[in-house]
Ligand binder design. Structure first.
Ligand code: FAD
Ligand code: PYC
Length: 413
């Protein structure tokens, strides 16, 4: 171990500044409280402070920053969705991602790789063509490509999939990217903190006070806070928080698992997704293969991992990449995905005045972190839904105006 590192470890005074302050007490009131210190809550805090000068804001996190789905996701960023509402929304997010490292003065390892969604059946190919046309119409770079073009971009792939699921083509989305998830939480957290927002970790919201259908405060594990505005950005915990304010929603929570291989020399540039095989993979700058699959097929509020998942995923990966049969898996984990029936988010104002919701992010919300922060900050500051999220309001379910995004939300469900 280098001497400097040892010296650093043994000294009590660590001179490096922390990413953000750790205030030792909560105030008795704030202009706004954000529940959830994941990417979405922190991004909203950052834009509230930066764009609207709202700095008397507390972010309350029951555990540690980014420890929820933000730090558990596989970081695929893209805008090749199916519905015009979705494509426009995610496209704005992809635009915002471009400048984030510079805005934060922090390397987010944003890396544009190109994204292939493989089609192994005629039906899938038809959906890919539909997506490509919707995307192009809105100005998003997506196109249908042939097996030869896939093979050229990824010579290691067995396009017959061991003979039992031959690849017929793919949707190719050149802007598809990956990034470093923890750094996104740290960047937004530090930026919010530098502008005066207070970030309180190990602070769980246990109750939300409502009088005459208006939010008045929150009860936390460290005391009660008065506030006229609460933004709830808690992903897989959303049903519990909605219960506190008596709002019903059609959300259901399923585990979503992922795993990572040992580091290897770079061989895979693009991101590869196969809905038919229920598998996807990308290679990080460190050389690890990050892999995932579909949701676990039952509702469960838990982050446990299973051997079933690993075995199935490995089998499908070997269909695509037989040469990986000796690769080692080094870590496995799960997050809790807050799923909506139409695979689109639930965002904006709610029937409780001053209570705002950023939820329904299921398996697809990391890429939306910047645009959610921007649009939710606008919504909280103006008490009016930003135009990009108007179609995602929670009352669409009572109006039966769903946004059918299932064919494009992530892998297959
Ligand atoms: P989180 O990051 O989960 O933050 C919510 C926070 O709220 C948590 O830190 C939690 O501790 C806190 N909290 C909960 N209850 C309370 C309370 N009562 N009081 C205080 N704090 C509370 N999306 C993509 O776009 N691309 C992908 O490739 C992708 N891959 C995924 C892979 C996996 C395995 C998983 C699980 C998800 C994936 N997602 C992906 C989805 C994405 O991770 C989420 O949609 C996104 O991270 C949600 O961010 P968030 O800030 O809303 O939630
Ligand atoms: O949203 O692209 C996505 C995704 C892939 C895997 C999980 N989510």
């Amino acid at each position: 171990m280098p001497l400097n590192l040892l010296r650093f470890a043994l000294t009590k005074d660590h001179p490096e500044p922390r990413m953000f302050r750790q205030p030792d007490r909560l105030k008795s009131s704030y202009d706004a409280v954000i529940i959830g210190g994941g990417g979405h809550g922190l991004a909203a805090a950052y834009y509230l402070a930066r764009d609207y000068g709202m700095t008397d804001v507390a972010v309350l996190e029951r555990s540690y920053l980014g420890g929820g789905n933000t730090g558990r996701n596989t970081t695929i960023i893209r805008s090749n969705y199916l519905t015009p509402e979705g494509v426009k929304f995610y496209d704005e997010s992809v635009r915002l991602w471009q400048d984030l490292s510079q805005d934060f003065d922090l390397n987010l390892f944003y890396s544009t790789r190109g994204h292939f969604t493989l089609a192994h059946t005629d039906a899938t190919l038809r959906t890919m063509r539909w997506r490509a046309e919707t995307n192009k119409h809105i100005g998003v770079n997506s196109e249908l490509v042939s097996p030869d073009e896939i093979q050229e971009a990824c010579p290691q792939m067995d396009l017959t999939c061991n003979g039992h699921a031959p690849i017929l083509g793919a949707l190719y989305h050149a802007p598809g990217s990956i990034a470093r998830h923890d750094a996104v939480a740290w960047g937004y957290g530090r930026g919010a903190d530098q502008r005066g927002v207070e970030i309180h970790q190990q602070t769980e919201v246990l109750g939300i006070q409502v009088k005459s259908d208006r939010v008045t405060g929150v009860e936390t594990s460290r005391g009660t806070i008065e506030t006229p505005r609460v933004l709830c950005a808690v992903a897989g915990f959303t049903p519990r928080l909605l219960q506190m304010v008596g709002i019903r929603s059609p959300l259901y929570v399923h585990p979503l698992q992922a795993l990572v291989s040992e580091p290897m020399k770079p061989w895979l540039n693009p991101i590869i997704v196969s809905g038919n095989l229920h598998v996807y993979v990308s290679q990080t700058a460190r050389g690890e293969l990050v892999m995932g699959a579909s949701l676990d097929p039952y509702e469960l509020h838990s982050t446990r991992s299973t051997l079933d998942f690993t075995e199935e995923l490995a089998a499908h990966m070997l269909d695509l990449f037989p040469f990986l049969s000796h690769a080692k898996i080094v870590r496995q984990w799960a997050g809790m995905a807050d799923m909506t029936p139409d695979f689109a988010p639930m965002m904006g104002r709610t029937p409780i005045a001053g209570f705002y919701l950023d939820a329904g992010w299921g398996t697809w919300g990391f890429k939306a972190t910047p645009v959610c922060g921007k649009t939710m900050a606008y919504t909280v500051a103006n008490d009016r839904a930003h135009e990009l999220i108007q179609d995602f309001s929670i009352d669409r379910f009572t109006r039966y105006e769903l946004i059918g995004e299932k064919g494009a939300a992530s892998v297959a469900h």
